[in-house]
Design a protein around this ligand. Structure first.
Ligand code: G4P
Ligand code: NA
Ligand code: NA
Length: 194
């Protein structure tokens, strides 16, 4: 998505070898027009898939997930994060390990907001190692719901997440695919292929 790639080039800041800071438009300050355009693109890609629910994880997934839900006119549910494992019998839970932060979180969604009739589209801001999406797929399976696919704002193709989801047969649509950071600059996958 050119609008997003242009915005990443303009406002993204590369930190170290593998992190892109995008707090100007996605992770702290949020650009509503960009969110709307991204929601429309996810809608375009998944409009025939009979989506009934958009799932994400708090907090940074919420903005693009809501924009997408507004296009589909279906509810958006964000999994909540807990530091410790507080098991509750009215919640679906999954453990999510963050390689970036080297911490483990439990994410949870209430039974009443996800059921076997749901056809789910996962939306998230980043696909890196794929642990957040993996946790959501476990919750979707536990609910007996159907995973239709995952819409990702920024995928880093050099980390493990995409391959894992491909191997699981999950349909992934990423609006920007970053293949490398070179000298503090972003290299997009389509540039590399070209
Ligand atoms: P994963 O979600 O793909 O497994 O990746 P990982 O464990 O590496 O990432 C942990 C957190 O860091 C996630 O946010 C993820 O969205 C975020 N993240 C991964 N790579 C980048 C990056 O290059 N730039 C930025 N800005 N974030 C990245 P989270 O812990 O779920 O936190 P939240 O911000 O949604 O609250
Ligand atoms: Na995230
Ligand atoms: Na994040």
């Amino acid at each position: 998505m050119k609008l997003l790639e242009d915005r990443i080039r303009r406002d993204g800041v590369v930190l170290g070898a593998d992190v892109l800071k995008v707090d100007n438009f996605l992770n702290h300050q949020v650009d509503p027009d960009l969110m709307q355009a991204m929601g429309a693109e996810f809608y375009r890609q998944f409009q025939d898939a009979k989506i009934t629910k958009i799932l994400t994880v708090e907090s940074s997934g919420i903005a693009p997930a809501l924009a997408t839900a507004m296009e589909f006119h279906v509810p958006m549910v964000f999994a909540r994060k807990h530091k410790s494992l507080t098991l509750k019998d009215d919640m679906f839970t999954a453990d999510v390990y963050s390689f970036t932060k080297q911490t483990s979180n439990t994410i949870s969604i209430a039974h009443k907001f996800l059921n076997a009739d749901d056809r789910v589209l996962i939306i998230d801001d980043f696909l890196a190692n794929g642990q957040a999406v993996k946790g959501l797929t476990e919750i979707i399976a536990a609910a007996g719901a159907t995973l239709v696919g995952a819409g990702i704002v920024i995928e880093k193709t050099f980390q493990k997440g995409r391959q894992m989801l491909d191997e699981q047969g999950v349909r992934v649509v990423s609006l920007a695919r970053i293949s490398a950071f070179e000298d503090g600059q972003v290299v997009f996958a389509d540039e590399q292929d070209a």
